[in-house]
Design a protein around this ligand. Structure first.
Ligand SMILES: [Zn+2]
Ligand SMILES: [Zn+2]
Length: 254
């Protein structure tokens, strides 16, 4: 499984893009930088996007993605997420006001987009990948995803603060990597708690819930650009874990 990092920050500047990842060029995970970082030909190869939750930094490029897909004449782009996330996309994003309802706009190969509602903890086939959503803890309904193909399984935390069920699920898996959020420095703990995010301090105690998995690659994303230096400094104090900070353009074979 090839994992390409398109955007991996909790904010945007010319050097930072919001959350978006691409598996084998075919399945997106969140859409913070799906069109800003992909050529038209690359955009057209994306079959499905897993949407962790409805916050703008995770969905913003679905607008231009749908538009270019329509102009390309298909094929239908599938948007997969849990019920509240898909409901928010329908009601507040592709609502014929902020942006057209692309489920009603046909291409020669079918509707421009279609939705797939994922029931939590049920396994679905999404463009040939086995996908399971696990609800996490954020200010709106937010899901982690476990994605498997063949012998390769990865997990993506979505936006979350401290949570329990995700770690129970992850402990039972033979993971190649965990993409894990961390957003604010320890001095901003109140803001992190109020907004359902991690600081290096809460991240460290969450990782204890993984048990003895010190070799598991933990790929960190969603650092707020405003606080980047402080968060990076504090992360160096977490010992005994295989942590990496993600950068736009990183590619992993997992
Ligand atoms: Zn969020
Ligand atoms: Zn976010």
């Amino acid at each position: 499984m090839e994992l390409r990092v398109l955007g991996c920050h909790g904010g945007e500047t010319p050097a930072h893009r919001t959350s978006a990842f691409l598996i084998d060029g075919k399945v997106g995970i969140d859409a913070g930088a799906l069109t800003s970082e992909l050529t038209l030909a690359e955009q057209r190869r994306v079959q499905s996007v897993l949407v962790s939750h409805c916050h703008m930094d995770h969905i913003q490029d679905l607008a231009t993605m749908a538009d270019t897909r329509c102009q390309a004449g298909g094929p239908t782009l599938q948007l997969a997420g849990t019920e509240a996330t898909i409901g928010a996309l329908k009601a507040h994003f592709f609502n014929d006001l902020l942006w057209p309802d692309f489920t009603k706009i046909k291409t020669p190969k079918g509707p421009t987009i279609r939705y797939l509602v994922l029931k939590p903890e049920v396994t679905y086939d999404v463009s040939g990948y086995s996908v399971r959503a696990v609800l996490v803890s954020h200010t709106v309904e937010s899901a982690a995803f476990v994605v498997r193909r063949g012998r390769s399984t990865i997990a993506y935390s979505g936006d979350t603060g401290p949570t329990t069920r995700l770690w129970e699920v992850l402990r039972s898996l033979d993971l190649k990597a965990l993409l894990m959020e961390v957003s604010f420095p320890n001095a901003q703990q109140r803001l992190a708690t109020a907004s359902g995010h991690h600081t290096p301090r809460t991240l460290a105690s969450e990782l204890d819930k993984l048990g003895d998995r010190s070799d598991l690659p933990i790929l960190l994303f969603h650092i707020k650009p405003t606080f980047e230096r402080a968060v990076l400094r504090e992360l160096t104090r977490i010992r005994g874990r295989n942590l990496s900070i993600l950068h736009p353009g990183d590619t992993f074979i997992l």
